[in-house]
Design a protein around this ligand. Structure first.
Ligand code: IPM
Ligand code: MG
Length: 356
């Protein structure tokens, strides 16, 4: 049986790192006798250049027909001047929404071999951390009404945040059930001292938590959460939060784990189909140089095997190979020690493959 995987390589370093993930998947396939069918579809700037739109109909169809989607990154300076609804990023929001992927899982843990790269104080690093950000992905200010209007000081721009109880309930359930398989602690992050959406969010979290009596629920304001993430990240197990707060906090969480080049993510809906992507962007400044860190994409592929395809052993294998490659000293420039040697994207990918 072959697994059907749609590839959205995208822009910037996207193609390079997706190729790395594919090479690793093929290596795992060879070891365990699994067959993968990979099909490329256009997205983002690459799609704009070729078809005039960031998310062609064919791409949506292809992803809907696949078992999972592996995405690189979208966007770059070349398309920055385009109006909002024609930008590459719009395609990312569009595909998340078209596939109904409202749950975004962004794990962040300290790689012991990289603890020197962690910008936190030694005693905080020594305590370690392993947290999961559960970000709501298809609602909130990312998808609310926006535009221009006449305001008190003339023409003004606006974006609106809205959440229904239904949207909060389903992301709450996702967070509680994930916490149930971990350390059974959910921290819901909001701004309920100011925002009405956050007050609904908080009340709904409370309500849903009654269905999960063995999971502890706490609340934290987002400003405090941003501070606590660098003060004492070990206190968190599962963080559940809105689309925009999750976007911001997950970049912060990635940096304390060593590099933004390391963090994978999974976007899920009701079925088993998921979209898997690094949390980093297209990094146009280093695109095409062959030095991008492929590990976030490779770890995203591992999440795909585990979550959407139920291939636990194969996913473990990839994650172990990544840990091993890092401990054996392989470093792309983003995680290289000051003055230390670094390897290319290809060499890092090969190092992982050699350890599978
Ligand atoms: C992310 C990215 C995207 C987001 C951008 C590129 C639209 O920052 O996946 O975190 O904000 O969701
Ligand atoms: Mg982001």
């Amino acid at each position: 049986m072959a697994y059907d995987i749609a590839l959205l390589r995208g822009d910037g370093i996207g193609p390079e790192i997706v190729d790395s993930a594919v090479a690793v998947l093929r290596a795992v396939g060879k070891k365990y006798g699994l067959d993968f069918n990979f099909t490329n579809y256009l997205i983002g700037g690459a799609a704009i250049d070729e078809t005039g739109v960031p998310l062609p109909e064919e791409t949506v169809k292809g992803c809907l027909g696949a078992q999972c989607v592996l995405l690189g990154a979208v966007g770059g300076p070349k398309w920055d001047g385009l109006p909002g609804d024609r930008r590459p990023e719009k395609a990312l929001l569009g595909i998340r929404s078209a596939l109904g992927l409202y749950t975004n899982l962004r794990p962040a843990r300290l790689f012991p071999a990289l603890s020197d790269e962690c910008p936190l104080r030694r005693d905080i690093v020594d305590r370690g951390f392993d947290l999961m950000i559960v970000r709501e992905l298809t609602g909130g200010i990312y998808f609310g009404d926006r535009g221009y209007r006449d305001g008190r000081y003339g023409r003004e721009a606006f974006d609106t945040e809205s959440y229904s109880a239904y949207e909060v309930e389903r992301i709450a359930r996702a967070a509680f059930s994930i916490a149930g398989g971990r350390r059974k602690k959910v921290t819901s992050v909001d701004k309920a001292n100011v925002l009405e959406t956050s007050r609904l969010w908080r009340a709904t979290m409370e309500k849903v938590s009654e269905e999960y009596p063995d999971v502890e629920l706490g609340h934290m304001f987002v400003d405090n959460a941003a501070m606590q993430l660098v003060r004492d990240p070990g206190q968190f197990d599962v963080i559940v939060t809105s689309n925009m707060f999750g976007d911001i906090l997950s970049d912060e969480a990635s940096q304390i784990s060593g590099s933004i080049g390391l963090l994978p993510s999974a976007s899920l809906g009701e079925g088993s189909r998921g979209m898997y992507e690094p949390i980093h962007g297209s990094a146009p400044d280093i695109a095409g140089q062959g030095i991008a860190d492929p590990l976030a994409a490779i770890l995203s592929a591992a999440m795909m095997l585990r979550i959407s395809l139920g291939l636990e052993r194969e996913a473990d294998d990839i994650e172990r190979a990544v840990d091993q490659a890092i401990s054996d000293g392989f470093r792309t420039p983003d995680i290289a020690r000051a003055g230390g040697e670094s390897v290319t994207t290809r060499e890092m990918t090969q190092a992982v493959i050699d350890r599978i």
